[in-house]
Each structure stands twice: as C-alpha cells, then as structure tokens.
Design a protein around this ligand. Structure first.
Ligand SMILES: NC(=O)c1ccc[n+]([C@@H]2O[C@H](COP(=O)([O-])OP(=O)(O)OC[C@H]3O[C@@H](n4cnc5c(N)ncnc54)[C@H](OP(=O)(O)O)[C@@H]3O)[C@@H](O)[C@H]2O)c1
Length: 229
C-alpha cells in the first residue's frame, strides 16, 4: 500500500492543509489543488501543486496532470469549500450559485474525472468535507450553506452506491465548528474550544486507510453538545 496518491482540493489552508501534512508524513504522493499554488509548492516541495479554482471547471485538467505525474490516483479529499452566511429566503441566485459550484459541483466534477483511476485502484477512496450543516439546519444564517452541504452529503451516498462493487468507498466527514479561518470568521467560540483541524485530518486518514470491508459512510464530529451530534 506504499506510494498511494491522493488529490486534495482546498489544500492551501485550514483542514485541507492539515490533511496534506498528515498524508505527506505517511509517505503518500500528493497532488494539491490551490487557487494560488506558489506558497503551497514551497510548503510541500515534493507534491504536484496545480492551479485549481472550483468555479472554473478545471478538475479534468488537474486529474490529467496527476495521472501524468504519478500514474495512479488512490484517493480524493475534497476540502475546498465556502460558507457564506446568507439565509435561504433572501440569498441572491449569484451567491447561491457560487456556494453550489464550490461545495457541490466542483467535487462532483473531480470525482467524475478521476473515476477510472479509482476503479483501477480497486480500493479507491473519496472523502468529502461536508459539515454538520449537511445533517441539520441550525440557524437561518447557515441555511443556504446547509442546502449545499445536504446536497454534498447526498452526493457522498451516491458515490458509495455507484462505487461499491469496484471497491470505492466514500466517507462524509461532518464537523461542527473547526478552528480554521472559516469558523473563526463567523463564530464567537474561542478557537481553543473548537474542534482542531489536526483531529479532522486524523479522521480523513482513518477513512482512507480502512479496508473495503470497513466502510465508514459518515463521521460526525462536534465541539458542542447537540441532541444527536
Ligand atoms: N471550519 C469549519 O468549522 C468547518 C465545519 C464543517 C465543515 N467544514 C468544511 O471543511 C472544508 C474545509 O474548510 P476549512 O475549515 O478548512 O476552511 P478554510 O480554512 O476557509 O479553507 C477553505 C479552502 O477552500 C479553498 N477554496 C475556497 N474557494 C475556492 C475556490 N473557488 N476554488 C478552489 N478552492 C477554494 C480555500 O482556498 P483559498 O486559500 O484559495 O481561499 C481553502 O483552501 C470546507 O468544505 C468546509 O465547508 C468546515
């Protein structure tokens, strides 16, 4: 199982960067997507770092570059995402389209483009950074984001259904507030009381390391007590 290759979107910061650090320490080959590749390339000199903007439909080109460099793709970690706090009644079509593109359509295009490689791997893995907002709607302000994350959770289950016979396993990681710039911008919880991104990286690694017979469909993680999560 050495020299497996993972593609990670949103690797420039937050959870994606923590996952990249964790996997590089484990000897994975990394193909990282970022809107601004240069700083990420300096941070991960052995990785392939490719310009990727979720709004530009450039996932197929990124997959092609990854194939050329590594000759295989074993795992996709879809971490790029945006949370724009707008309620679902008053949000503009343009703002909803932007979140829809980044949180749903771009990871779907990435999975589509890399599907033959995941089938070839026989133990292909997909990890979608969803959210507890994919499980419940906690406020009006988070409701538009929640709409996209509910769709991302449904996508995770669609990938599981389609990929099962080919050994592909897909996991939705659904955290509450994680100590990254995303949550710090909107929550007044002290950063030390949020879930730390390093712990989300451990869960992503667990999900891609598990054998086909130990599939984890959803992983819920919270720093707060809620009724069910
Ligand atoms: N933090 C939380 O509390 C939390 C909770 C639940 C779920 N999540 C989910 O976890 C994932 C990672 O979030 P995070 O906490 O790590 O947030 P973050 O620190 O804000 O990182 C978001 C990442 O997404 C990238 N991104 C944003 N727009 C993009 C675009 N148009 N094209 C390509 N990349 C783009 C960012 O790249 P740039 O550097 O170029 O901006 C960045 O690397 C997201 O899907 C988020 O919804 C986060």
């Amino acid at each position: 199982m050495e020299h497996r290759v993972a593609m990670i979107s949103g690797a420039s910061g937050g959870i994606g960067a923590c996952i990249a650090k964790t996997l590089t320490a484990q000897g994975w080959g990394l193909s990282l997507g970022a809107r601004d590749p240069a700083p990420l390339q300096r941070r991960f000199p052995k990785a392939l770092v490719v310009p990727q903007d979720a709004t530009r439909s450039d996932e197929a080109a990124w997959v092609a570059d990854t194939r050329t460099r590594f000759g295989r793709i074993d795992a996709l970690i879809c971490s790029a995402g945006q949370m724009i706090p707008e309620d679902i009644v008053d949000i503009s079509d343009e703002t909803l389209d932007l979140m829809w593109d980044i949180n749903v359509k771009s990871p779907r295009r990435l999975v589509h483009a890399a599907w033959p490689d995941l089938v070839e791997a026989k133990t292909g893995r997909v990890v979608l950074l969803v959210s507890l907002s994919g499980k419940r709607v906690r406020s009006a302000a988070s409701s538009s984001y929640a709409v996209t994350k509910h769709a991302a959770l449904a996508m995770n289950h669609g990938i599981r259904q389609k990929g099962w016979k080919d050994g592909i396993r897909s996991t939705a990681i659904c955290p509450g507030r994680v100590n990254t710039s995303m949550a710090r911008a909107i929550a007044d919880t002290p950063p030390g009381q949020m879930t730390q991104p390093e712990n989300i990286a451990k869960l992503a690694k667990l999900a891609i390391d598990m054998p086909n017979e130990a599939s984890m469909a959803e992983i819920m993680v919270n720093c707060d007590l809620e009724d069910q999560y």
